[in-house]
Design a protein around this ligand. Structure first.
Ligand SMILES: [Zn+2]
Length: 479
């Protein structure tokens, strides 16, 4: 009897241990590395490839902006690519077996893919990194952004929130077909078109193509594998800034010898994106659902400006970077406004630094109808709290827009009403040419309000209030 008890409790302990070990997130471990002559704290993480943790001779890591970096050796070892160095310019030339060539230069935003230039965010540039700086074990490596490289090479990359680890899934290798490719569809082009009154992604030329659809999460993506298809360009990977409903971007690549993969990037906060597929004579239509059922408001463009970003965190208090809240709310607002039938234009949709002048210029050159900037407030004491909306009195209708937004925000959140305030000194309010408002959504220096601003349901209230304010504004003043 006794023995059984001991055995059972041991079993329970073991069971508990093993479940807790497997369910636990990867421990957060910060290491100090030397980048650009400065000591920088980064989070050491292995990359999970097809379910296995990969540890290399120097660690991969995640920088503060959220990007994962791996030593360039990862690319050669794991993706079977060859790397050559151009010493004078610090450029790595990565060549894959499939013939894709990627040129990356240390500290440069310019990346060349098969000779075509792409500009990557400044937070994502390749970095020369010294590990164990100042010790005998000091070791320098060229580190490259994992996701960017992997996606170019046709791998799906995500971040497992539960485990706190980035992961990669290898494309399934198909049997090489004898006597060359038997693909019948040649994908020449992807465009935004309107079909049956709905906005759609049109994939040319794919007559009656067989499509395998799947969903990927963290971040959310919809994946369409077009069978028996090749890219007319012969390979590579392409990106289209097509946004329809929850779809923010469209990418296409040659996934395997006769499968073309189309990936739709989905906005954060969209829980269950769905599409309708229509096979046409010479194209495949992918129609995001729930887009056309809303009344369309043609040509009303709303420019959304999540304040700060990248190297500029905005206010930092109570464990919050202002830029993160601004982006979270901005991304949700983008989806909500699109669902309400508006066209939107975001000054940034990721954690990147964008110049104030460029934000205004983007709205001006696209002739946006209104400009809404999102910020959080902070103060030296904990006491200040509430919402205020800033506007420039020298811009027609800006005061009315600000007042309508404020009224809805206070009504929806119950926050302290700090009123609308005239500001002529803010670049986004005086360099924009359309009615503009800058919303200070609350004080992150106030503990209680900081907690609220982090809460997704409170963010949703803010989003809905802004949509209501915008609706009121346009129904009163027109475009
Ligand atoms: Zn701010």
């Amino acid at each position: 009897m006794k023995k059984w008890k001991v055995f059972l409790s041991l079993l329970l302990v073991l069971m508990f241990m093993s479940t807790s070990v497997f369910a636990a997130a990867y421990p957060i471990k910060w290491i100090t590395v030397r980048i650009d002559g400065k000591n920088v704290s980064v989070r050491e993480v292995p990359v999970v490839m097809d379910g296995k943790q990969i540890h290399l001779d120097v660690p991969s890591y995640i920088i503060k902006a959220g990007y994962t970096y791996v030593p360039i050796r990862f690319v050669t070892e794991r993706y079977g690519a060859k790397v050559d160095w151009i010493q004078q310019t610090n450029t790595a030339v990565v060549k894959t077996a499939k013939g894709t060539e990627i040129k990356l230069t240390i500290n440069s935003r310019n990346v060349y893919v098969n000779g075509k230039k792409q500009v990557i965010p400044s937070d994502m540039v390749p970095k020369f990194t010294v590990f164990n700086y100042g010790t005998k074990k000091a070791d320098g490596r060229t580190m490259v952004p994992l996701r960017f490289i992997s996606e170019l090479l046709g791998y799906e990359v995500g971040y497992d929130k539960a485990k706190g680890l980035p992961f990669i899934n290898t494309p399934k290798q198909e049997e090489p077909s004898r006597g060359g490719s038997t693909a019948v569809n040649k994908v020449t082009e992807i465009k935004k078109e309107v079909v049956n009154g709905k906005e759609a992604i049109a994939v040319y030329k794919t007559a009656n193509v067989k499509v395998n659809t799947s969903k990927l999460t963290n971040p959310q993506r919809l994946v369409f594998d077009l069978q028996s298809s090749i890219l007319a360009s012969g390979g590579g990977s392409y990106q289209y800034n097509i946004s329809i409903g929850p779809v923010t971007k469209v990418r296409v690549s040659q996934f395997s010898s006769d499968v073309v993969r189309v990936v739709l990037d989905i906005a954060d906060g969209e829980k269950n994106p769905e599409v309708e597929l229509i096979n046409n004579k010479d194209k495949l239509y992918i129609i995001p659902k729930g887009v056309a059922s809303t009344p369309s408001k043609p040509n009303i463009i709303i420019s959304l400006d999540p304040g700060h970003g990248g190297k500029d965190p905005g206010a930092v208090q109570n464990g919050i970077n202002e830029k993160d809240i601004n982006l979270l709310v901005g991304t949700k607002l983008n989806v909500a406004l699109k669902n309400a039938g508006y066209d939107t234009l975001m000054t940034r949709d990721s954690d990147v630094y964008v110049d104030l002048k460029d934000r205004a210029e983007l709205a001006n050159s696209n002739e946006a109808n209104v400009f809404i900037s999102l910020h959080c407030n902070s103060f030296t004491s904990d006491g200040a709290k509430g919402i205020e909306v800033l506007y420039n009195p020298n811009r027609a209708n800006s005061q009315q827009l600000a007042q309508m937004l404020l009224d809805e925000l206070v009504k929806a959140t119950g926050a302290n009403n700090r009123g609308i305030k005239q500001r002529t000194d803010l670049a986004v309010l005086n360099q924009t040419t359309m009615p503009a408002a800058l919303i200070e959504m609350g004080f992150i220096s106030n503990k209680e309000e900081a907690e609220k601003l982090k809460d997704p349901s409170y963010q949703n209230k803010i989003v809905q209030a802004i949509v209501n304010g915008v609706e009121k504004y346009f129904s009163t003043y027109g475009k």
